[in-house]
Every structure is written in C-alpha cells, then in structure tokens.
Design a protein around this ligand. Structure first.
Ligand code: GFB
Length: 317
C-alpha cells in the first residue's frame, strides 16, 4: 500500500471502520474513499457495482456489517444473516471484478464452535456446532471468510480475513438492547452512580446485568485491532483467517466488578438469569499473529478507563 493508494474503508462511521480510518490518517494515507450508508447502500448490488465502476479502489478494508450484542443477534436473526451476506457478497465480488489489489475482511471470534477447545486455534473453524444466539451472524461471517479463501484459490486474488475477539473503544454502541456487554455495563454503572449521587440516602436501584456472570470473554481495544489490520494489510498473504486478540480473558462477573470500581458505583448488582449467557468461553489463541510481528498494546483496565473518561466524564465536564 502506497501513501497515495486509493483505499476504500467500507463502514468508516462504525467502531471498527473509524478506528481503521484514524490509523490510516495517522500513518499518512490520504487517498481514502469513504461513503456513509446513506450515500451508498452496500446491500444494493447495483449501487455497489456503480460505486466500484466510478471509484476503482486499489485496496479495501471491509468493516461494514450489521453488528450487536447477544440480544440484538438473537432478536434480529434474519437481518443479521441477510444484511451481512449481501454486504460482503457485493463488496468482495466487486473487488474481484474491479481488480482490487488487496482486501481485508473483518469476521469475528463467534464463528468458532460454541464448545471449541480453549484457547481457540484458527484450525478449529467448522469443527463443531455454533452458539445458537449468534448462529445467523456466524454463518454470514463464515461465508465471508470462505469467499475470501476461495476467490484467492479460483481467481488468484489477495483477499485476507481476520477474526477479532470482542471489541470496545470509541464510537461504540451504548443502546441497552443492542449493545455488547462492555459499553452496556459502562452506561449502566454510570447512570446508577449519577442516581446514587442524586438521592438523599446515596442509594440507587440495583444494577441489573444479564445471565449468570460466569461466561468468560476476551476484550480488545479497537485501536489495537486497527493496528493489526494495518500490519496484516502490508505483510500477510494467506488463506488462514487470523485470530486477533490479547490472549487473556475474564469472567463477566469480574468485568462487572472492574467497571463498577472504575466508575465508582457503590450499590448492588443483580443477575437476570432469564437472559442468555451465550458461549461459555471464547479465548483466542493468538500465537499465529504474534509470530507475524503484532501484539496488542492497550491493557483492558487502561482501555476501559480511557473510554469511560472520553464518553462519560468529559461529556459531563
Ligand atoms: O457482549 P455480549 O452482548 O455478546 O455479551 P457475546 C457477553 C456476555 O455478557 C453474555 C453478558 O454472557 C451476556 O449475557 N451480559 C451481562 C450482558 N450483562 C449484559 C448487558 O447488560 N448487556 C449485554 N450485551 N451483555 C456477541 C455475539 O456475543 O459477541 C456477536 O452475539 C459478536 O455475534 C460479539 O460475535 C463479539 O460475547 O455473548
């Protein structure tokens, strides 16, 4: 990738796309092609054909997707399957038709089997049943990974894909119904703390969290993901979809205690066991990407502190 190469970031307003945008800017890449979803509907095949005809990008980061937490995945099952399949079919196929030099597709760690041995190696893909709550999303993402692999095999493309673990960072979604756990907890504890401060008895309603708190999750700051994508775009050619994570995980209970303390909330937590736990554990084996010269830099506690400050404290200052 040259500094002047024409690079299309699909999904540049989302959490992942905007992190890739910041990284490319920082590295001095100035010829970036950007379209909001209003300007270009990636679900519409003809619109995508017209866009590629007109812009002819040389490189593509495919970060556009319908994403969400466990509840959103489980509720909007048809949309997660249809919209993600359409977006990736359109963008990957047109990238091939228009001779894109290299494409990077963002998949997800939830595409591994629900009960995969831990830590999860790339080779465990398609070796067992998927987690029900996110099966439609996973099937779409598996199709995307396989598209990249097989376009490479049949058409000699250079399309790579990555499997990031659970992400957090700037531009996250804080809507309680559709958010992932980390932003949801930040907002829940923050609002409870504000309520606590505003009552005479310095008390608030308990904070309700979902499931049992026993599932284990691994969290990666999205700026670290962007640096991994940038690194791989320049150095990696291959058909193995690479895991991107920290190689460390914590239980949802521990995460809740950590966020509660960072936010400074003193009240109770109750666990709503009617809500799903999802996959019991999904810790990625990151030895392949470590071997390729990338490692995460932002530790979880530092990352959460920074996100909390920028989203909730500075905003209220
Ligand atoms: O982050 P999350 O929504 O998704 O939930 P997954 C992780 C865990 O946190 C689950 C628990 O066990 C939830 O039950 N949890 C506790 C909460 N309280 C809350 C809360 O207030 N909000 C949320 N959202 N969770 C998603 C997949 O799975 O991970 C997607 O559905 C995607 O497809 C994404 O792959 C990375 O980690 O379970």
């Amino acid at each position: 990738m040259e500094k002047t190469s024409k690079i299309y970031i699909a999904g540049h307003t989302g959490m992942v796309g905007s992190a890739i945008f910041r990284k490319l800017n920082l590295e001095g890449y100035s010829n970036l092609i950007l379209r909001t979803s209003k300007e270009l509907d990636l679900i519409n095949q003809q619109s995508v054909i017209d866009f590629f005809e007109e812009e002819k990008p040389e490189y593509v980061f495919l970060a556009a997707a319908k994403v969400g937490g466990i509840e959103a995945n489980n509720t909007y099952r048809a949309q997660f399957l249809y919209e993600n399949m359409m977006i990736q079919n359109n963008v990957i196929h047109q990238s091939y038709v228009h001779g894109v030099k290299k494409l990077l597709f963002l998949a997800s760690s939830c595409i591994y089997p629900k009960l995969a041995p831990q830590p999860i190696k790339e080779a465990y893909l398609l070796t067992g049943e998927l987690e029900f709550t996110n099966e439609p999303y996973s099937i779409a993402k598996i199709a995307g990974v396989k598209m990249c692999e097989n376009y490479n095999r049949q058409y000699a493309c250079d399309f790579i894909s990555v499997m990031p673990t659970n992400l957090y960072g700037p531009n996250d979604n804080y809507d309680f119904e559709t958010a992932h756990v980390l932003p949801a907890l930040l907002r829940k504890f923050h609002e409870a703390k504000v309520e606590e401060a505003n009552t005479v008895e310095a008390r608030s309603e308990p904070v309700e969290l979902w499931g049992t708190g026993t599932p284990m999750r691994e969290f990666l700051h999205v700026d670290d993901l962007a640096s991994a994508c940038f690194h791989l775009m320049q150095t990696y050619h291959g058909n193995t979809s690479l895991n991107i994570g920290t190689g460390k995980d914590i239980s949802i209970k521990e995460l809740a205690e950590l966020i509660k303390e960072l936010v400074g909330y003193n009240g109770e937590i109750v666990w709503n066991k009617d809500k799903s736990d999802g996959t019991p554990r999904k810790l990625l084996d990151v030895s392949l990407i470590h071997g390729l010269g990338w490692k995460h830099r932002i530790e979880l506690e530092d990352g959460i502190r920074e996100v909390y400050k920028n989203k909730f404290i500075n905003q209220y200052a």
